[in-house]
Design a protein around this ligand. Structure first.
Ligand SMILES: Cc1cc2nc3c(=O)[nH]c(=O)nc-3n(C[C@H](O)[C@H](O)[C@H](O)COP(=O)(O)OP(=O)(O)OC[C@H]3O[C@@H](n4cnc5c(N)ncnc54)[C@H](O)[C@@H]3O)c2cc1C
Length: 457
């Protein structure tokens, strides 16, 4: 039996988030014998704590705010949203477990893994530990919140994004520290519920490094909805108070609120994993460096998803996971043809689910050497249907010297959906003029593209 097993190649995947699941399925599809070890359950942090809970909360807040905007009074308590969230999480978990089982992958859930040496790992389960042998491994252990020194989240006054999964009531007065994607999403979500929100960011910009014109627009829209922006201000001290929390900003200002949301960045989840026993060394932020195959510097050891560093997004985790799983199967001696693809992040889109949404792919318009071409749907019908005074979608493209689209940023309705078409344009280096030939549906946010038409409609 062991000879047959060795011939198939044993691939061990650590973590069952988007990266680990994709790696496991890709390795199994190549005929490897795959075991996934997961501390919690299938779906990973994405399903349990981060992506799914935050998006369900945002969807609920948007729907309720939209109902209110039409003059009706929504009456849905937070209890309804929480119950829905729990149901969604269990549905996702069951679907993912079924998918693994169908692919013949063994899932060991509720057990933490630690590497013991080349080809050997220890799985610690509540009912006792056991040893696992492997020919190749994929580390897909994700990331964890990085907290300011001395700050302890308590699930009540000092909150982490993961608390969105369990909080019965969102706080009425909140300070959000961190103006990256997560902080902006949380501030936007809270403002939709009518809460009072102050967003503190260390740098001068919202979403540092993103399109300066569109993020300035987003900042203005959040401010118009009542979000107090405190940008270019360092939060340097936090004091829990009897009925809330105080945040001291550099320069002396002191903010008081019912709760503080900390969204100050993340680190790779590699502590205690025993990577040193394999000869692998994560960087100072806990991230593992990999090449386009997902291979680390150690033979037979692959990594994918958040643990390989920014961008920390699920679509990267899935693509990189699938690639790393296929290469791990090959390295373990499973099927070798055809040669697996490599992961190329050039046309990887990312989105921020604020209201309005922001999405971007490729070169950042307004931040590089490229020319910027702009469009919006002001001249279309979509804003009139939506009852808006201005546009509902704004688009900026980075165009190279040969007139090809190398980057795009969108702000507005459906940005996270529309960005995939622009990712195709970036991946295939479509000339701007060809993009302008498209005839977007009316009314739709895609009407912003019409402004790029060569005949200037
Ligand atoms: C609030 C928030 C909102 C987000 N929203 C979005 C979004 O809308 N869209 C998007 O694309 N991305 C979003 N993200 C990012 C997204 O959640 C991550 O990029 C994604 O989860 C990464 O997938 P992963 O598989 O690398 O890791 P994870 O989903 O973190 O899964 C890693 C798994 O490994 C397990 N693990 C760790 N160590 C061990 C061990 N020693 N033994 C066994 N198991 C272990 C963990 O329990 C975990 O289940 C959001 C993140 C946050 C914080």
């Amino acid at each position: 039996v062991s000879a047959i097993r060795a011939a198939r190649g044993r691939v061990l995947v650590v973590g069952a988030g988007p990266a680990g699941l994709a790696a496991a399925l890709a390795a199994a599809a190549r005929g490897a014998e795959v075991t996934v070890v997961e501390r919690a359950f299938a779906g990973g942090n994405a399903v349990a704590h981060s992506l799914l809970p935050s998006k369900v909360r945002i969807a609920a807040a948007r729907d309720l705010a939209a109902v209110a905007a039409w003059g009706a009074a929504p009456d849905a308590g937070a209890g309804g949203v929480l119950a829905h969230l729990r149901w969604r999480r269990e549905a996702a978990r069951a679907a993912l477990e079924a998918r693994l089982a169908q692919a013949g992958v063994t899932l060991v859930a509720g057990a933490a893994l630690r590497f013991e040496g080349p080809g050997r790992a220890h799985v610690a389960a509540p009912d006792g530990g056991r040893e696992v042998a492997f020919d190749a491994a994929v580390v897909a252990t994700g990331s964890a919140a990085r907290l300011p020194a001395g700050l302890r989240p308590d699930g009540r006054r000092v909150l982490l994004p993961r608390d969105l999964a369990t909080l019965a009531d969102l706080p009425a007065r909140t300070v959000v520290v961190g103006a990256g994607a997560t902080g902006v999403e949380i501030a936007s979500l809270l403002s939709l519920t009518g809460a009072s929100v102050t967003l503190v960011g260390r740098g001068p910009d919202l979403l540092p490094g993103e399109d300066p014109a569109l993020t300035a627009d987003l900042a203005a829209q959040l401010a118009a909805r009542g979000v107090e922006l405190s940008l270019g201000r360092e939060a340097w001290a936090y004091e829990p108070e009897e009925d809330g929390v105080a945040v001291a900003l550099a320069g002396g200002e002191r903010l008081r609120a019912d709760a503080l949301f900390v969204a100050t960045g993340r680190r790779g989840e590699t502590e205690g994993l025993g990577l040193d026993r394999l000869g692998a060394a994560p960087d100072a932020a806990g991230y593992l460096t990999v090449d386009g195959r997902g291979a680390t510097s150690v033979a037979g050891l692959f990594a994918a998803g958040d643990v390989t560093g920014p961008p920390l997004v699920a679509n990267k985790a899935v693509r990189q996971g699938a690639v790393a799983g296929a290469w791990a199967a090959r390295s373990a001696g499973a099927r070798t043809d055809p040669e697996p693809a490599c992961f190329d992040p050039t046309a990887l889109p990312t989105a921020v689910f604020a209201q309005p949404e922001y999405a971007r792919v490729g070169a950042v318009p307004g931040r590089g050497p490229h020319a910027v071409v702009e469009g919006d749907d002001r001249g279309g019908l979509r804003p009139h249907v939506a009852g808006l005074a201005g546009w509902s979608a704004r688009l900026r493209l980075a165009v190279d010297g040969e007139g090809r689209v190398v980057g795009a940023a969108l702000l507005g309705e459906g940005a996270a959906e529309s960005v995939l078409a622009l990712a195709a344009a970036v991946a295939w280096r479509v000339p701007l003029a060809r993009l302008g030939e498209l005839a977007p549906v009316v009314p739709s946010a895609g009407e912003a593209l019409a402004a790029l038409a060569p005949d200037g409609i």
